[in-house]
Design a protein around this ligand. Structure first.
Ligand code: FAD
Length: 479
């Protein structure tokens, strides 16, 4: 049995700790802040009728992951599993405004270019161009894959389906969900195996249709009644029962000879294995302190990007009872009358949330709007992570009115609570330069057989990818 020290108590650190304990190790988790969960957070808005809460970070997980499902069962959460309202989401596009998002697709890439929603979103001419994709040869892409070249989402979609599909269907999803520019993100990052399948089927759309048909029935994402915070609560209870969890323990350095972790203003913690479950810029800083180690000086610090500001609004509105925008909206980066990149109608998407709020007031709703695109300047001038709370809330009131087609004064008169959450380090910046820097940190870590990394920056964004990674770490590397 080894003593494993896990640095960071986000979902990466907590699952790494859980799997290490399961494997028989003794575990200590060190978390810099005063709360666990990192980018999984349940935030409460005060209203005159009582407090209302919702997830302001991750609100669901990709349900294709059997491992997360097993984890939920093991932690006694199976009876809390819930699926979202199948109504699906909408898009907000230049010129035409709000339209339902095509149902059959992957990251906005259509699986059926002839579908009515695709034609409605693109217009007949661009839809006809998109449909040509079904018959275009895949030769160029097969050659590029054989040569090991990186293929960005932007270049693949624009070439295969035409630029309008990229602008109207794919950019809102990729920039809204991954905070990425489609020309700055490798297709393998968000859709591993899609290129190979497309070469096999002779068409990207056909490959997507086949992959979706082969997917297990049921919702693509699931969550927990009470929010994803319930997963954090259960993992925390498990770690506290079977190991140690220390809050306000900011790790600032590592010593390779003594194999110790230095906690700021605190003690040294000795370990057989150290797992850094941090964002890559902080992992870089910690790895750079290792003595003796000749390589850190060569490491370049990965960047954070502009971050995300998220506004959670509670309002009373019979107009929203019919869920006029399905579960929410993704906003095209090309629109000029809305600043938000996405809006989730929380009480339309999750039945449990609807039950909670309607007990307080019959027509009450929670909507969360997110701000901060990857293309924003890094000086904080665009609305998002760095915008003061009142200013960001004012923008959100206007955006809510536009996106849901409500008079602005009506929104202002009916808001009953608002709160802002900020995320700087929860979304890895996926530019090729940053990907290289992150990889260099990973390689530096691999230099030491007692040092490991996990979490979104190294495993891929999202609870499913992170859980898979931290589980594999426990099986393969912690001996
Ligand atoms: C708004 C938003 C919505 C999202 N929605 C979804 C979703 O619906 N589904 C999904 O699967 N994913 C979603 N994600 C992504 C998901 O939340 C993240 O990928 C995941 O939570 C990241 O977990 P992590 O452990 O890698 O990092 P984090 O959650 O960032 O945790 C890192 C932890 O390390 C701590 N730390 C930092 N420095 C130190 C130090 N020096 N010493 C000790 N501790 C330190 C931090 O305080 C933090 O607690 C969303 C993200 C955001 C921001």
């Amino acid at each position: 049995m080894s003593h494993v020290v896990v640095v960071g108590a986000g979902i990466g650190g907590l699952t790494a700790a859980y799997f290490a304990i399961k494997a028989g190790h003794s575990v200590t988790v060190l978390e810099a802040s005063s709360r666990v969960g990192g980018a999984v957070q349940f935030q409460v808005v005060e209203t005159s009728e009582g407090p209302l809460g919702a997830d302001v970070g991750a609100e669901a997980y990709a349900s294709r992951s059997r491992l997360v499902e097993e984890l939920m069962k093991d932690l006694g959460l199976a009876n809390r599993l819930v699926s979202p309202n199948p109504a699906g989401s909408w898009l907000y596009l230049p010129e035409i405004g709000a339209v339902p998002a095509p149902k059959l697709g992957m990251w906005g890439i259509p699986g059926d270019p002839h579908a009515a929603e695709v034609v409605a979103a693109l217009g007949p001419e661009a839809a006809a161009r998109a449909a040509q994709e079904l018959d275009l040869p895949m030769d160029t892409w097969a050659k590029r894959r054989a040569a090991g070249e990186s293929i960005t989402v932007g270049e693949l979609v624009a070439d295969r389906f035409g630029p309008t599909v990229l602008e109207r269907l794919v950019a809102p999803v990729v920039s809204g969900v991954h905070s990425a520019d489609p020309y700055g993100i490798d297709i393998d990052t968000i859709a591993p195996g899609l290129i190979e399948k497309s070469i096999e089927y002779g068409s990207v759309a056909k490959a997507i249709a086949a992959l979706r048909a082969a997917a297990p029935p049921g919702a693509a994402v699931k969550s927990l009644r009470g929010g994803m915070q319930k997963l954090v609560d259960a993992l925390t209870a498990y770690v506290q029962t079977h190991g140690q969890l220390r809050l306000r323990s900011n790790v600032v350095a590592l010593d390779a000879r003594a194999r110790t972790v230095h906690v700021e203003y605190g003690d040294l913690v000795q370990a057989d294995h150290i797992v850094l479950a941090l964002d890559a810029p902080t992992a870089h800083d910690v790895v750079s302190t290792i003595t003796p180690f000749e390589r850190p000086a060569l490491l370049e610090r990965p960047d954070y990007g502009a971050g995300v500001g998220l506004v959670m609004l509670a309002l009373d509105s019979p107009a929203l009872d019919a869920h006029p925008r399905g579960t929410g909206m993704l906003v095209s980066p090309s629109v000029t009358d809305v600043v938000a990149k996405a809006a989730t109608h929380v009480t339309a998407k999750w039945g449990w949330a609807r039950d909670v709020v309607t007990r307080l007031s019959q027509h009450r709703h929670i909507v969360r709007l997110s701000y901060g695109r990857i293309t924003d300047p890094s000086d904080g001038s665009a609305p998002g992570y760095a915008t003061p709370e009142d200013a960001l809330s004012d923008i959100a009131f206007t955006d809510l009115a536009t996106l849901f087609d409500l008079p602005e004064q009506y929104v202002l008169d009916n808001i009953v609570g608002a709160d802002v959450a900020r995320w700087r380090d929860a979304m890895p910046l996926t530019t090729p330069q940053n990907v290289q820097r992150i990889d260099a940190v990973r390689q530096a870590v691999e230099h030491f057989d007692w040092l490991h990394v996990t979490g979104a920056w190294f495993a891929g964004t999202g609870i499913a990818a992170i859980t898979q990674h931290s589980s594999a770490l426990s099986i393969n590397r912690l001996q």
